[in-house]
Design a protein around this ligand. Structure first.
Ligand SMILES: [Mg+2]
Length: 372
């Protein structure tokens, strides 16, 4: 009877979503940079024997995890579980920088990136497949590039929505690569324990058990009305997820692709010296803006509008990123100005803009690459 009220679901399988999760990220960075750690259980936390018992585990490598150590556990408890483990003081600055390097690689593939944590993100590559054979091909290339450049492994899940992509990346860790096709939904979801299903929390599990729901198959058997009855709005989400439906977007922020300033002059600039003066000002503004945004670019664009409203732009693209220096911007602006023919009419507007921008990444990250 309840089925009469079920809202029909549409499975949207048109998207190509990747979930990527760096394997034991902090621990892996430490093991990369300290080969001597590699065969040991490593716990990233202040050693409780040196801190009088204080401290919390940031993360642990897989060897330590096998002994039961996990993040957010007290360091004392971790020491009991793994008395021979090596405690390493976390270097969050390094992990943050490394995360930026990973993100810089993501950006080569798509701009639709939703970071979930330092070490985890969703990518919507639906519109970025033109130079790849498939979403799998892109995902594989991405995983390989991260390894080649940073010597860090990740686990990658590819599917048609966020829920399924995340399940896929969790399916086989570490160094996993899993694809879930819409035809494999039941195969993947039926055997899942409900506690493995995202969104089903500690409070929900006993309630589900009371209803005889222990795994994905049990959950799939429930009507929409029953689930909404017992779990409210979340019940509808469960009903959708267990059918492989998840319409949530990858929430990404559009990156500013250009930075710069335009100035309108009244009275018009009627001497070339005034124009040069204005270039100085614009070049300084530009230096400040790009520094604040922590970006650098390869292309400088000069825009000139004269008193007759004739507007021209001229651009210069370097092979390498330009240094964020006002003097350099000024010199380039003068060259572009000359290319436009120099002073002819009084000037109404000038603009100096940097495009092809990317975040400035850090070049001082120690990459003690280990030969794999
Ligand atoms: Mg991770």
């Amino acid at each position: 009877m309840a089925d009469l009220f079920d809202i029909p679901l549409k499975l949207n399988s048109d998207r190509h979503i990747i979930h990527i999760d760096m394997d034991a990220f902090y621990a892996q960075i430490e093991m990369r940079d300290h080969p001597e750690y590699r065969d040991e259980a490593i716990i990233l936390a202040n050693d409780p024997r040196l801190t009088g018992g204080r401290g919390v585990v940031a993360t642990a490598n897989y060897q330590a995890r096998k002994l039961g150590v996990h993040s957010a556990m007290s360091a004392v408890e971790a020491l009991k579980l793994a008395p021979h483990a090596r405690f390493v003081v976390p270097n969050f600055k390094l992990y943050r920088k490394t995360s930026q390097l990973v993100h810089e690689i993501f950006h080569r593939y798509t701009e639709k990136i939703e970071p979930v944590a330092f070490d985890e993100a969703y990518l919507d590559v639906t519109n970025d497949l033109s130079t790849f054979d498939s979403d799998l091909d892109l995902a594989h290339h991405l995983q390989q590039t991260i390894f080649d450049e940073l010597k860090l492994t990740s686990s990658v899940g590819v599917s048609y929505n966020k829920f399924m992509a995340k399940l896929a990346s969790e399916h086989n860790k570490p160094v996993g690569f899993t694809y879930i096709d819409p035809s494999q939904i039941r195969e993947f979801l039926n055997d899942l324990k409900i506690q493995e299903i995202r969104g089903i929390g500690k409070k929900t599990i006993p309630k589900m058990n009371d209803l005889g729901i222990y795994n994905g198959y049990d959950l799939y058997q429930q009507s929409q009305a029953t689930l909404i009855d017992h779990f409210g709005r979340a019940g509808f989400d469960f009903y959708q997820r267990i059918r492989g439906v998840d319409d949530r977007e990858v929430e990404w922020k559009r990156e500013r692709k250009s930075i710069g300033n335009e100035r309108t002059y009244g009275p018009f600039l009627s001497e070339e010296a005034d124009v040069f003066e204005a270039f100085h000002h614009l070049a300084n503004l530009l230096e400040t803006s790009v520094q604040q945004e922590k970006k650098h670019g390869k292309t400088l664009v000069l825009k000139v509008r004269d008193s007759e409203f004739k507007t021209e732009t001229r651009r210069r693209t370097n092979l390498d990123f330009m240094e964020n220096k006002a003097d350099l911007f000024y010199d380039l602006a003068l060259e572009l100005w000359d290319e436009l023919g120099g002073f002819q009419e009084p000037i109404r507007l000038l603009g100096l803009t940097m495009t092809n921008l990317v975040p400035i990444t850090f070049t001082d990250v120690p990459l003690d690459l280990y030969g794999v």
